[in-house]
Design a protein around this ligand. Structure first.
Ligand SMILES: NC(=O)c1ccc[n+]([C@@H]2O[C@H](COP(=O)([O-])OP(=O)(O)OC[C@H]3O[C@@H](n4cnc5c(N)ncnc54)[C@H](OP(=O)(O)O)[C@@H]3O)[C@@H](O)[C@H]2O)c1
Length: 336
């Protein structure tokens, strides 16, 4: 049923440590009207992503902080319900960056069309969206996988990690996933053809467990998590290893970043490359990435999983759940 008001979720308090629901507030406003060159979108799905935690701090980063008492924003997939643009008609599905709300106004240049014939439209937030592109460019551009190499990926059962592992398999690598439950590690091996997977929460000695899982050492470590997991993986690198530095989720809620081992001697000794990246660095190649990921989906070389929470009002809970490992695959909120 169509909402008569526009429900919106605001950030009302900056979290210290792990966010809780008191940081968020649901309010209502009027449904906005599009002007010429604009469309009105009804939000179908919205994405909650770990990087949003960084935007909740009042700190300089690669993207501006969220402002207090303003609507949170992120990736959404919406349906055009009113169009004053020549490029879109009612019923078109589109993706873009908009508010955590039922309705958004979009300039025609701010949205891209989503083709529902390729895959369900929610995938524009996951495998065929920002996380899929992150996996694609981070692994291929920085990791440069070669047949027979060992690739370790942390956060392996998440939106980025599960695509990284599968692309590495397509390139003929031996793939080892690290994830936080037996259900997740079983999924990686049974469903996604990872060679093996380690449950870091159940391994009393993570380095030992990882060493057993990587008898030939580690050629590529795709780092989604940071902290102790990274320390263990980096301690096993081979000569000329590559480390795409994608995320550090284990540190996002830390008030004081814990001191780890000094890595430079190891990187130096093993002639290793560690390179941080932001997916938007590759914006001019997004079409290439989406095209290739879509082809792999069609050819059934790539699978994806989505963890869908129902209802805009549950978006904060879905976001907070990322830090407890609630999701297997892309965490998405179904709004309408
Ligand atoms: N560089 C970029 O442009 C870019 C773009 C997208 C994402 N990222 C980063 O990539 C990483 C993965 O993002 P995603 O969207 O794919 O998220 P995700 O993996 O789908 O969800 C987060 C997962 O992280 C794991 N996790 C949470 N807290 C943890 C902790 N303290 N220690 C270890 N694991 C923890 C949980 O899985 P477990 O059950 O396995 O613990 C959770 O399910 C994040 O760090 C994110 O910031 C970077």
């Amino acid at each position: 049923m169509q909402q008569q008001v526009n429900r919106q979720i605001l950030l009302v308090k900056r979290p210290i440590g792990v966010p809780d629901e008191s940081c968020f507030k649901l309010v209502t406003s009027e449904i906005p009207r599009p002007a010429d060159g604009q469309v009105l979108l009804r939000t179908l799905f919205l994405s909650v992503d770990p990087y949003m935690r960084g935007r909740m701090n009042d700190r300089r980063s690669y993207v501006a902080p969220f402002q207090l008492n303003e609507v949170l924003t992120g990736g959404i997939v919406g349906e055009v319900v009113k169009s004053k643009s020549n490029n879109f008609v009612e019923g078109n599905f589109v993706a873009g960056n908009f508010g955590w709300q039922d309705y958004s106004i979009a300039d025609e240049k701010e949205v891209r069309k989503v083709n529902p014939e390729i895959a369900p439209v929610s995938t524009a937030l996951g495998v065929l969206g920002m996380p899929g592109l992150t996996a694609y460019f981070g692994l291929l551009d920085i990791g440069k996988p070669k047949q027979g190499e060992t690739v370790v990926v942390s956060g392996a059962a998440g939106a980025v990690g599960m695509i990284v592992g599968q692309i590495a398999k397509i390139y003929g690598c031996r793939v080892v996933g690290i994830a936080g439950s037996d259900k997740k590690t079983k999924y990686l091996v049974d469903e996604l053809r990872f060679d093996t997977a380690v449950n870091y929460k159940a391994a009393p000695h993570l380095r030992k467990a990882l060493k057993e899982a990587c008898p030939n050492g580690v050629d590529i470590f795709f780092d989604n998590v940071g902290g102790d997991i990274s320390d263990a993986a980096i301690s096993l690198i081979n000569n000329n290893a590559r480390i795409p530095l994608c995320g550090q989720i284990s540190l996002y809620n830390e008030v004081q970043i814990p001191m780890g081992p000094r890595l430079q001697p190891r990187l130096l000794t093993f002639s290793a490359l560690m390179k941080g990246f932001i997916v938007h660095n590759y914006a001019d190649r997004f079409d290439e990435g989406i095209c290739q990921l879509s082809d792999w989906l069609k050819e059934k070389k790539l699978k994806y999983a989505e963890h869908i929470v129902q209802g805009l009002e549950n978006a904060p809970k879905a976001f907070i759940g990322l830090f407890a490992g609630d999701n297997l695959g892309k965490q998405i909120v179904k709004v309408s």
